[in-house]
Write a protein that binds this ligand. Structure first.
Ligand code: DHB
Ligand code: FE
Length: 285
């Protein structure tokens, strides 16, 4: 029974519905923003102007316009907007945010963060199944301020896909909280987390986003990555991802969210596993 369940991948509609629910239940203030009429006017004019320009430049036809309308409706009905926007648009917003950011580079959050992960001590193992597949990975480091001061009690909120590329909370066959944890740094701001190396992630291909990707002859892959949000009192929250040197899709991420500073080069631990040290540097609020 469990082997058939394990082999059932989540559907686009399933992942979309879970991602939409997670977004709506997310941090306070999501979904509304105070914007002046002047700013709304200029952004919306520019946005619609860009769409009109594409239509004009490419001489988009009525059948193409109606197909696009139908596709947009399906993305909404399938709950796929969080997936679509985080893959194809978030990197541009993050690039703007990162212009003013010092310390460790950030990158996109993506749709699969869940608040309220289990709090774990600084030196810990992420919750995993008894038979969790994948190369063991020991991920260690220190959280510091930009001036080098270690930050004890900082939160390293970490989540990643399993060795099949699926995230707990968004794939029905995975136990709740699997490969997720909120790790609190020790007196010296240090942490060491035992987990497994994730696999590359494929955005679901059975829904409208997948159809768009296929229609354009693109690929649906993201390189294997660890997601982290690092928080410390009085400091700007860091949201980032770490990738693995030489891994598939590292140089061709569908979400365009890799950065050279975020590529890990783990070393063998002599017992079949990998070790990686990576320090996080936060700027003051
Ligand atoms: C998506 C999934 C991810 O795991 C990620 O890191 C970014 C985007 C997505 O399917 O939208
Ligand atoms: Fe991800």
């Amino acid at each position: 029974m469990s082997s058939t369940r394990t082999s059932t991948p989540p559907t686009a509609a399933g992942s979309g519905a879970s991602a939409s629910a997670a977004f709506r239940a997310g941090r306070q203030g999501r979904g509304t923003v105070e914007t002046s009429t002047e700013r709304a006017d200029s952004i919306l004019r520019a946005l619609l102007g860009a769409v009109h320009q594409v239509i004009s430049d490419h001489e988009v036809t009525y059948p193409e316009f109606q197909a696009a309308k139908n596709w947009l409706m399906e993305v909404g009905e399938g709950g796929e907007w969080p997936l679509f926007l985080d893959v194809f648009v978030e990197h541009a917003v993050e690039e703007v945010a990162s212009r003013s950011q010092q310390g460790t580079k950030g990158t996109i959050e993506g749709p699969y963060h869940l608040p309220g992960s289990k709090r774990l001590p600084a030196h810990c193992e992420l919750p995993r199944r008894a038979d969790e597949k994948g190369t063991p990975l020991s991920f260690t480091g220190q959280v510091r301020d930009v001036d080098g001061t270690p930050l004890p009690g900082a939160e390293v909120d970490i989540w990643h896909a399993d060795a099949d590329g699926y995230y707990s909370g968004f794939a029905p066959h995975l136990p709740e909280g699997n490969l997720r944890g909120l790790v609190v740094t020790d007196d010296e701001g240090r942490f060491s987390i035992r987990t497994i190396q994730p696999a590359p992630y494929r955005i679901p291909t059975d829904g409208p986003t997948g159809r768009m990707i296929a229609a354009a002859g693109w690929h649906p892959w993201r390189p294997a990555h660890l997601h982290v949000m690092v928080r410390a009192e009085g400091h700007r929250q860091l949201t980032t991802q770490l990738y693995f040197e030489g891994g598939e899709w590292v140089d061709d991420d569908v979400a365009r969210a890799t950065k050279p500073e975020l590529i890990l080069r783990p070393v063998a631990d002599g017992g079949g596993g990998l070790v990686q040290r990576y320090d996080f540097v936060l700027e003051r609020d």
